[in-house]
Design a protein around this ligand. Structure first.
Ligand code: ZN
Length: 82
């Protein structure tokens, strides 16, 4: 989950892993360690039409989650580094 300085989401203050509650390092509004940001909006053909879902995972929890996949996560080299 992400905590912002105000309701306008102006400055990111804190990021907490939804799985293990680890507080990730945030400096000047920037996450300074590995973080998976889940962000999905379901559409008309789902049972969650119109709902948006947000969550964050620390790198360790991301690795645990994806290790359980039947088909591995696709990997490719990023063209723009974060
Ligand atoms: Zn975690």
């Amino acid at each position: 989950m992400r905590i912002y300085s105000d309701n306008n989401r102006k400055e990111l203050v804190s990021v907490i892993c939804n799985q293990c509650k680890k507080k990730l390092k945030v400096e000047n509004g920037i996450v300074k360690e590995g973080c998976f940001c889940g962000n999905s909006q379901f559409g008309y053909f789902s049972n969650k039409d119109g709902m948006k879902y947000l969550f964050d995972l620390c790198e360790e929890c991301y690795d645990k989650m994806t290790a359980g996949f039947a088909i591995p996560v696709e990997e490719e080299e990023a063209k723009e580094l974060l």
